[in-house]
Structures are given as structure tokens and as C-alpha cells.
Design a protein around this ligand. Structure first.
Ligand code: BTN
Length: 296
């Protein structure tokens, strides 16, 4: 095949450095004994049946500040819908409201997707709800855990946060240029820093089992594509219906803090745009687009 032994050896060494366990046997060749649980693009692609997400570029980092920041740069340069940006570790993982996202190396999934949906900017919150449904479905199908969604985009299991979503958008007044949906999912994280330990959990903590992260990300991309296609072909209704089934919020008494305001009352509904409808204790109705919810 016109490849020298030395060239093959060099590649094998590189794979070994990445954590692949490869045995060599004189005169016979090499045998792959074990692949590491890395989110390398060729590993993610193996057996992936999607047509949009992960079909084109899967941009891989062993370390970066934030996959959302990287994805935004790529989107600004014209990267197409379906581009996936993934990192083994984030040094400045960003959460909602300027918080940071705990992103230790090779323990969780830190991934951002580029979307270019043909919807108006005021419909953008729908994609956050869609993402939450896709994450919840992926977790349920792989782990059988009882998963719920806390509006707008926290994924909980056993009352603790297992995943979070950060949606960022670039738009003109009447058209979306792109949306970046960033997912942080705690997979094999054995423990958390003191300040979040009480409220955070991982698949490992809940099931007692290590899950190959590559299997989890593949399932997420598959579920994402399923719901994204439903959104494009049928509309938001079926997604909202599933979101409501998975959420624990309707009818509950809550306090919600949103951009300088704080309301306490009963959740009446999540409307067709994904907006939370709250009846406060004085009987007044509020439409809340985004905020932090405390369940009472
Ligand atoms: C939250 O619940 O506050 C949202 C957390 C979102 C974290 C993910 S990890 C991948 C992507 N890159 C980031 O910097 N943030 C999101």
C-alpha cells in the first residue's frame, strides 16, 4: 500500500499517546485492545446515523475555554448548521447569568451545536425547550433514570442538576443568523466542588456505573435531530407536549427571578412560545421569558 513501517509506527505511537491500547506482535502487526473514552470526531461518527448533526464538521478540542465561544467564532465564519464543537475540558465553561460551568477533563460532555433555523428571533426560546427535551430523552433511553426538566432548561434527576443548557443567538431584528446551543452534561463526574455539591449530580453518581461518553453524545445528537426535524416539519406543538410531560412545573407554586424582578405564584402554563405564565399571589398574570425558578 506504499506506506512504510516507520510511518505506520509513528501513527500508532500517536494513537497510544491519545490513550488507545495497541499491542504489537513481530511479523503479525498491531492489534487494537482498547479505545479510550475520548470524544474524537471519528469515535463520535462511528455508527452515527444522523443527517444534520455531526454529519459535517465535528470540531474537537482536548481543552478550550468554552465550546460556545469556539462555536460562535465558527458560525461567524459561516460554518453550516449541524456543526458540532466538543471539548474534553473547558477552562472557562460558561453557564447562564455569567455563572461558570464545572468542566473537568474527560468527565462530562461539553458540546455546542450550530443551528440556523428559519424562524424569527422571538421564537428562539423554543430551541432551548427543544434542547431540554432532547437531553432528557437521551438520558432516559440510556440510563432509565427518572429525569425532569426545570423551566426553562435545567435537567434534573433526583432533584439535582445533571445537565444545563446555554443558548446564545445572533440575530437581526427580523431574522436569526445563528443559534448556538451549548450543553454541559455530567456523565462520569465522581464528585463536585463544595459550592455545588448539594445541587449537582452525574450519571455515575445516580447509577453507580461509568457510561462511555461517546455513547451519550451520540444518543444526544440522535435525539436532537429527531426533535429538530419534528420542529421543522410539524412545528413546536409536539415538542411542547413532550416538554410538559417531562417538566414538573405546571400547577406548582414557585418564585421566579428574572432581570431585576421577582414574582411568587402558581405556574398556569407554558404557552405556545415556550413562555412561562405565572399567576402571582395577588391574582396578576405575568409572561416570563427567562429566569431562575425556585420550586416551593
Ligand atoms: C447552565 O445551566 O447555566 C448552562 C450551562 C451550560 C454549559 C455548557 S458546557 C458547553 C457549552 N460551553 C459553555 O461555555 N457553556 C455550555
Amino acid at each position: 500500500m506504499s506506506v512504510s513501517r516507520a510511518a505506520i509506527w509513528k501513527h500508532i505511537q500517536k494513537l497510544r499517546e491519545d490513550g488507545y491500547v495497541i499491542e504489537s506482535s513481530p511479523k503479525k502487526g498491531y492489534i487494537l485492545k482498547k479505545a479510550p473514552d475520548l470524544l474524537l470526531s471519528n469515535e463520535i461518527r462511528e455508527g452515527l446515523t444522523t443527517e444534520i448533526f455531526g454529519r459535517g464538521d465535528i470540531v474537537y478540542f482536548s481543552e478550550t475555554d468554552s465550546t460556545n465561544t469556539r462555536a460562535k467564532e465558527l458560525a461567524d465564519q459561516g460554518a453550516p448548521e449541524g456543526t458540532v464543537v466538543v471539548s474534553e475540558k473547558q477552562t472557562d465553561g460558561r453557564g447562564r447569568k455569567g455563572r461558570n460551568w464545572f468542566s473537568p477533563s474527560r468527565e462530562g460532555i461539553y458540546v455546542s451545536l450550530i443551528l440556523r433555523p428559519g424562524i424569527s428571533p422571538d421564537e428562539a426560546p423554543k430551541t432551548t425547550l427543544l434542547t431540554a427535551v432532547a437531553v432528557a430523552e437521551a438520558l432516559i433511553s440510556l440510563t432509565l433514570l427518572k429525569v425532569s426538566i426545570k423551566w426553562p432548561n435545567d435537567i434534573l434527576t433526583n432533584g439535582k442538576k445533571i445537565a444545563g443548557i446555554l443558548t446564545e443567538i445572533r440575530a437581526e431584528i427580523d431574522a436569526i443568523d445563528y443559534i448556538i446551543v451549548g450543553l454541559g452534561l455530567n456523565v462520569n463526574t465522581p464528585d463536585f466542588p463544595d459550592d455545588i455539591r448539594e445541587n449537582a449530580t452525574s450519571i455515575l453518581i445516580e447509577t453507580g456505573k461509568h457510561f462511555p461518553r461517546v455513547t451519550v453524545i451520540r444518543e444526544y445528537l440522535k435525539q436532537y435531530e429527531r426533535y429538530y426535524k419534528i420542529f421543522g416539519r410539524i412545528g413546536f406543538e409536539p415538542i411542547l407536549t413532550r416538554w410538559k410531560e417531562l417538566s414538573n412545573i405546571i400547577g406548582r407554586q414557585i418564585t421566579v427571578e428574572a432581570t431585576g424582578t421577582k414574582h411568587t405564584g402558581q405556574v398556569q402554563d407554558i404557552d405556545r412560545d415556550g413562555v412561562l405564565i405565572l399567576k402571582d399571589n395577588a391574582g396578576k398574570y405575568h409572561r416570563i421569558f427567562s429566569g431562575d425558578v425556585i420550586l416551593m
